[in-house]
Every structure is written in C-alpha cells, then in structure tokens.
Design a protein. Structure first.
Length: 326
C-alpha cells in the first residue's frame, strides 16, 4: 500500500512539474530583434509595414510579442548592435538589408535570421539556394540584379537618344558583377555604352557625378547600394545639378527627389517578412523555409524632378507608372 501511495505521489509530482513548465512556456512572450544600418526616420514606413504584417497574423506588440529595434544610423555600429541582440537571446533577428544580414550572420549561427530584403542572397553568401537556404538565414530577395536590364530599357524609353550610361555601384558588393551581366545584353540591344563607377563611400558620390558628366553620360543607372541609399537627397540634388536623368531601384529615392524608380514594392517585402517570423516562432527552421522572390513590382515617376532637369516624360511611359509625383 505504501509503495502504491509513493508511486502515485511521484506521478502527481511529475505531472505538476510538466504542467508548470508548459504554463511557463505558454506564457513566454517571443522577443524579436530588428537590425538595420539605416536611421529610424528612413525606416519608418518599412517598420510600419512589418508591424502591419505581424498584426495581420495576430501579434500585438507589447502583449504577445516584443520587438527590440536597433538602428546603426549609417554608422559602423552594426556589429555591436548585432551582438546586443544576440546577448538578449532574441528568438528571431529580422534584418533590414545586406549589411545588417552580414553582421547578424557573423554574430550568431544559431538564432534564426529573416532577411526583410536582399538583392542577391546567394552571391552575398547568406544562403546555399533559394529553395533550400541551409543554415540559419532565410527571408526575401529583391531580384535587384535581374531587374537592372529592365531599368536600362525604361531609361532608353525616357531618353530616346541615350548612348552612354553611367552605372553607380560599389565594387566590394558581389552582386554588382551579376547586375552588370544583366545590364550588358540590354545595353548591346539598345547600342548603349556603359561606364561603371565605383562609389564606396558617401564622399565619392559627387566625384562620380562629375566623372559621369565628363564622360558625356546621357543618364545614370543606380544600383541598389546602402551608401547611395543613405544619401538619397544629396544624390537627387546632384542629379539636378548635373542635369542627368537617373533611374533607381526603389521608391524611397524618388520620394526624396529622384526622377524615377523601377523595382519591387519594398513595403510589401517587409510586410511579408512577418510571415517568416510567424512560421519560425511556430517551430519551422530557416533552412527549410525557401527564400521568396518578389511578386509585385512598381514604377514611380517624379515629374518635379523631370522638370528640374528639363526632361519630358513620354506619355506612353507615364501611363504605365504606378505612381506619379507631381
């Protein structure tokens, strides 16, 4: 009889402990880290899109999810901020761009990392393939290199006499090579000569515009680079000063005064990044979550910028714009 009582007490003790552990686990609020090289103001629209995505999935910030934001504000603090998020033992790290993803990857090989967007995650060495990323990184790609040829086509439509185009990029980025491979066939078709200009730091932007003007460029194709994105207003001003039509990869540059952009809807990518966070919190692993490619693209034109450089956008081009800034 004593043995039976002892066995029952052990069973009750075990069940009670399991119940307490399950209750503690159920009461644990997931902690998400959001890491970006940009500033809070530059990322405000994207962050709101990410939050919207979370809300659509039933997450309420401060109630059943906590987000730790870390902004490098275009400084060299990314490695330290990535280390902070790792020390906080966040459940997932969401990265706002290539630089943030690289620093997060260097900081941890175990915490899941979700790329909100990356132009070429395979060339950047973040994943093994789109279908099977491997490792602890997954997320969304912007297809930036593949869209570069299309941007040149649009630039040719806007400037029919286009014969020389300066391509602004950063040679240290592996995806520049792929982007040029995509541009060159289109350049051959349109009989356009390309001039690649390396812009490694913000101080090199003005020099690049002077070089483009000296090289008699008829237009500029801007590759998707953080150094250029951090100085959008300056780039737009220099484009007007140089009277050069410039096409960008994203809407933010046009909203800052640039002429036109063709690319993915970045806000849509940030909203969809929330679905990856949800899947990972529910037990999926990054290595088994394919990297998504964009489904929505947008063409934006700024008529104020066109007027400032004395350019008339052809009606057949303007009618295709998803948004026109007047």
């Amino acid at each position: 009889m004593t043995k039976k009582i002892l066995v029952w007490l052990l069973v009750i003790f075990f069940v009670a402990n399991v119940s307490v552990a399950q209750a503690q686990q159920a009461g644990k609020i997931p902690r998400i880290g959001y890491l970006t090289a940009a500033s809070p103001s530059a990322m405000s629209a994207r962050i709101e899109a990410f939050r919207q995505g979370l809300r659509e999935l039933g997450y309420v910030e401060g109630k059943n999810i906590v987000i730790e934001f870390r902004f490098a504000d275009y400084s060299d603090r990314l490695p330290a901020l990535a280390a902070q998020l790792v020390s906080l033992k966040v459940d997932v790290i969401v990265t706002g761009g290539r630089g943030a993803t690289r620093r997060a990857k260097e900081a941890t090989g175990t915490i899941p990392i979700v790329m909100a967007q990356d132009p070429d995650p395979i060339a950047d060495g973040f994943i093994a393939s789109l279908a099977r990323p491997g490792g602890n990184i997954t997320g969304l790609s912007t297809l930036a290199p593949e869209l570069s040829g299309k941007r040149l086509e649009i630039l040719k439509e806007v400037v029919p006499k286009l014969s020389r185009v300066a391509v602004f990029g950063t040679s240290s980025n592996p995806s520049d090579v792929q982007a040029l491979k995509e541009i060159e066939p289109a350049a051959a078709v349109f009989k356009v000569k390309l001039q690649y200009l390396n812009v490694p730091t913000p101080k090199d932007i003005e020099t690049a515009f002077r070089t483009a003007t000296k090289g008699r460029a008829d237009g500029v194709l801007m590759l998707e680079r953080a150094v250029l994105g951090s100085q959008r207003a300056q780039v737009a001003e220099l484009a007007v000063k140089s009277r050069l039509p410039v096409i960008y990869s994203g809407r933010a540059s046009v909203e800052a005064g640039g002429l036109m952009s063709y690319g993915v809807n970045n806000l849509d990518l940030d909203r969809r990044a929330a679905t990856y966070v949800d899947k990972i919190l529910k037990g999926r692993t990054p290595q088994d979550l394919p990297v998504e490619q964009p489904m929505r693209f947008e063409f934006i034109v700024n008529l104020k910028a066109a007027k400032a450089i004395g350019l008339t956008i052809p009606p057949n081009v303007l009618v295709r714009a998803d948004r026109v800034i007047r």
